[in-house]
Design a protein around this ligand. Sequence first.
Ligand code: SAH
Ligand code: SF4
Ligand code: F3S
Length: 459
Amino acid sequence: MGKRFYIVTFGCQMNVNDSDWLSRALLARDWREASGEDDADLVVLNTCSVREKPEQKVHSALGRLGTLFRDRPEAFAAVGGCVAQQLGPELLRRYPFVRLVFGTDGIAETPNALEQVAREPHLQLQLLDFLKAYPEREDAWDGPAAEHEDSPGPAQCFVNIMQGCDNFCAYCIVPYTRGRQKSRHPEAVLRECRRQIARGVRDITLLGQNVNSYGQDPGGAGMGFAELLHAVAALPGLERLRFTTSHPKDIAPEVVRAFGELPNLCPHLHLPLQSGSDAVLRRMGRKYDTARYLGIVRDLQEARPDIVLGTDIIVGFPGETDEDFEQTLEMMRTVRFESSFSFKYSDRPGVAAVNMKPKVGSDVAGQRLARLQELQNEITSEALKSRVGALETVLFDGPSKVQSPGAVHWRGRDAAGRVVNVPFASSQIPSDLAGKMMPVRIMEAKKHSLIGEKAGEPW
Ligand code: SAH
Ligand code: SF4
Ligand code: F3S
């Protein structure tokens, strides 16, 4: 009987994708998925260190595991991802039941290392070296990934195209935890995409910390991001293609044009703005100003008039004044992002902004965050309302979380990524719609999602 593992994932989609791969690689080695930490022989924490809070969550999770494992000396933990990269050896010292720490460049070796520590009870290992090239991982396709909260739908997947980041934005720890940018060879990207499509995937998201600079290091074999997009979009059977994350300073005109040229490139772009104040953007080291950003938005809208934009905003960056913040609100009103992730600035060890002053008090930052989120909610709600009456194609993930008596609700996404729930009367309950696409008429807008009605046959 194989040992049982349980993976807890914090942080970004890259971590979600890494955890999915690790879970498939363990399943392929005869490990089994545990139902929770309680009955696991191995708990893997895949961690995030982008702000202080997710880092604290790792320490509280380790405290919890320490208590849980007290009576089960054979059980152990492994810590991967950005906190592991940052604190590796300290974690091994502080928590003796942590038997492996691994960074993103070490993940390819992690399944074998886990087998080794499972065999040798007192061994502690670390896989923390940064590598020069993108470390290809074994194909671990055949086992389905263990289920988790952020599991992509059955017809969706992520494909890594690069690792690391060279931008060193003044607030950001990622270049220290993920190392230098390393593009993955285009043939490896295309091979993985083809295999995923052959398994039934219809919707691929290409992943990297800054996909727009794909190929600007030796790993891309001379191919830039626009060319890679064209090559992936041309794969037969791929209905939807997206990518994340984009840095505005690196988005090439060819990538903007691709939104008008490639019908399966989804009309959605997450384009982190961070601040609407040119002075703050300068101190952040973002290397664009608001005029340049608005120029990109205009070009995108020209290439693809129905494009939906999302963004990331940091409030309370050191030195941010009320006026700077008002400029951020103004940019939100001008661009009308349909969604945004917004955060209070959080000091991270070793980044340039640690030494920038004056720091903005937590109360002021909190008030700014609340105002920003209120404005976002208004804009989102108006944008969703304007969809009522539209005909969309929905790709279904599975049954909706919320059901109601007398109906069965299915949840999916339209091409721009909006969540659409479709209720079916009990008399016409569909057989499995997961992974199917269907024309849907939008009937109603909720706060963060849409409700629609079947408007054609699923395929
Ligand atoms: N590579 C991506 C994002 C990486 S981190 C990009 O460049 O867009 C995700 C988001 O976390 C960032 O866009 C930023 O808004 C936020 N973030 C990063 N460091 C932060 C910090 N120190 N405090 C608060 N938010 C931060
Ligand atoms: Fe961090 Fe900037 Fe790199 Fe994004 S581009 S990961 S915000 S350093
Ligand atoms: Fe977090 Fe690392 Fe991703 S810091 S956001 S897990 S790159």
